[in-house]
Design a binder for this molecule. Structure first.
Ligand SMILES: *Cc1c(COP(=O)(O)O)cnc(C)c1O
Length: 412
C-alpha cells in the first residue's frame, strides 16, 4: 500500500471557515425566519463587481483568442513581458524602488505562492510567524514537514510564534533569538494593523544580521491611507538582500474569482546550501515556475494589465474607497456599541476585543444568534487571537451600515 504524507495528519481538524459554515448552517436551519436577515462579515472576500476597464480588456482578449492570427497558446510561465513590465514600472520604479521586470513572477494567486515558496527553501529553517496569523503560512509549513505536532493551544512544535497584542500595536517585534525565515503581513489580515517604516527597518536590520529571509505579504497595500506608511518592503534599504514580496490583484482589483497575483524575487537575494555556499534564489524560483506552472491565462493577464491604465487606476481607487468607507462605518459602529476596536484605518479589517472576558466563539454565537451577523472568531487565527473577533469591510455600504446599527443594539 502506498504511503501518505503524514504531515497532513498533524493539521488541526475543524479548520476555522468550515466550522463557521457549520454553525451558520445550523442557525439557519433552526431559525429560518432569522436566516433571511443574515449578513456575512466573515470570510475576507470582495463583494463588488470587477472594474469596467477589466471587463473591457477581457472582452477584447477573448475575441483575440477566437481568431487564428491573434490566438495565444502557452504563454511564458513567469507571465507575459508586457505585464511584468507594467507591474515593475507602476508598483516599484515609479515609486523610486529598484525592481527589474524579470524579478516579477505573475501567478494565479498569492495564497498559492505563499505555499509554493517553500519549494525553494530548505527544510531545516527556523520559521517565525505572527500570532494571530493568516493560517496559510502555518498550514503550508505543517504540510511541508517543517513543524512538530500541535499542542492544546494549537501551536506547532519548531515554529517560533511572535505575539501580536494591543501593546505592540499588533505588529510583531523581531525575536531575541535568530530565525531563518519570517512571515510578515502588512496591512495585516486579520488584525488590520500596518507596520511603520521604523518597524520594517528593524525587521530588515534583523534579517540582514541573521541572514534571514522575510516573506512579505502585501496583498492589502492598496488599502493604506496614511502616506507615511510603506506599501512595499523594498522601500526599506537592504530589503533587496533579504525579502520576497507577495502581491495580489484579489483585494485591490476584486480578482478573487478571476485569479492573478505576483511575487517579487530580487536577484540579489541569497540563501545558503548546507555546505555553507551562498546562492541566489531567483534562478530557483524561475526554475520552479517553469517546471510546476504553465502561467496565468492570457485573458486574465490582459485583465490585470487593465488595472494599470488611467481608467483602471481610477476604478481601483473607487473600489478601495468603497470598502474603506465601510471600514469607517463598522469601526465607528463597534465603538458606539462600547467595544474596543482596532484596525480598519489602513486595512479592510476591524479587529475587536470581546467584551467581559467572553471567548471569541461565545461572541460569534451571540452576534450570530442576536444580530444575525457572521463575524470571524479571532481564536481561529491563533491562540493570541482569543478574546478578539474580526469584522470584514468587504460588503455593500447598506450591509455595513445595517451591521453597525445591529451591533449598537446588542446588550452585552
Ligand atoms: C486575500 C489574501 C491574499 C491573496 O490571496 P490570493 O490567492 O491572491 O487571492 C494573500 N494574503 C492574505 C493575507 C490575504 O488575506
Amino acid at each position: 500500500m502506498a504511503l501518505l504524507n503524514e504531515n497532513y495528519l498533524k493539521l488541526k481538524a475543524g479548520y476555522l471557515f468550515p466550522e463557521i459554515a457549520r454553525r451558520v448552517k445550523t442557525f439557519c436551519a433552526e431559525k429560518p425566519e432569522a436566516a433571511g436577515r443574515l449578513i456575512r462579515c466573515g470570510i475576507g472576500d470582495v463583494t463588488e463587481p470587477l472594474p469596467a476597464a477589466v471587463i473591457q480588456a477581457m472582452h477584447k482578449a477573448v475575441d483575440e483568442m477566437g481568431v487564428r492570427n491573434t490566438f495565444k497558446g502557452y504563454g511564458p510561465e513567469q507571465g507575459y513581458d508586457w505585464l511584468r513590465q507594467v507591474i515593475a514600472q507602476n508598483d516599484y520604479r515609479q515609486r523610486g524602488l529598484d525592481v527589474a521586470d524579470d524579478e516579477i513572477f505573475v501567478s494565479d494567486g498569492s495564497k498559492c505562492d505563499c505555499g509554493a515558496i517553500l519549494d525553494i527553501l530548505g527544510d531545516r529553517n527556523k520559521i517565525a510567524i505572527s500570532d494571530p496569523v493568516y493560517p496559510v503560512y502555518v498550514d503550508t509549513n505543517v504540510m511541508a514537514g517543517h513543524t512538530g505536532v500541535a499542542n492544546e493551544d494549537g501551536r506547532y512544535g519548531r515554529l517560533v510564534y511572535l505575539p501580536c497584542r494591543p501593546a505592540n500595536g499588533f505588529v510583531p517585534e523581531p525575536p531575541s533569538k535568530p530565525v531563518d525565515v519570517v512571515y510578515l503581513c502588512s496591512p495585516n489580515n486579520p488584525t488590520g494593523a500596518v507596520a511603520t517604516r521604523a518597524q520594517l527597518e528593524a525587521w530588515v536590520q534583523y534579517a540582514l544580521k541573521h541572514q534571514a529571509i522575510i516573506l512579505f505579504d502585501a496583498a492589502y497595500e492598496a488599502y493604506i491611507q496614511d502616506p507615511a506608511l510603506p506599501h512595499s518592503i523594498y522601500e526599506i534599504p537592504g530589503a533587496r538582500e533579504c525579502a520576497i514580496e507577495f502581491r495580489s490583484f484579489s483585494k485591490n482589483g476584486g480578482f478573487t474569482g478571476l485569479r492573478c497575483a505576483f511575487t517579487v524575487v530580487p536577484k540579489s537575494l541569497m540563501a545558503r546550501t548546507r555546505g555553507g555556499e551562498s546562492q541566489p534564489l531567483h534562478p530557483l524560483w524561475n526554475r520552479r515556475s517553469a517546471t510546476k506552472f504553465n502561467g496565468v491565462s492570457y485573458v486574465v493577464q490582459r485583465a490585470a494589465e487593465a488595472l494599470y491604465t488611467e481608467e483602471g487606476k481610477r476604478q481601483v481607487s473607487d473600489l478601495v474607497k468603497h470598502y474603506m468607507g465601510n471600514a469607517v462605518v463598522l469601526r465607528q459602529g463597534a465603538k458606539k456599541a462600547g467595544l474596543k476596536a482596532y484596525g480598519g484605518e489602513n486595512a479592510p479589517y476591524i479587529w475587536v476585543r470581546t467584551p467581559k472576558g467572553m471567548t471569541s466563539w461565545q461572541v460569534f454565537d451571540k452576534i450570530l444568534g442576536e444580530a444575525n451577523v457572521v463575524i470571524t472568531p479571532g481564536s481561529g487565527f491563533g491562540s493570541k487571537g482569543e478574546g478578539f473577533f474580526r469584522i470584514s469591510a468587504f460588503n455593500s455600504r447598506e450591509n455595513a451600515e445595517e451591521v453597525a446599527r445591529r451591533l449598537k443594539e446588542l446588550a452585552w
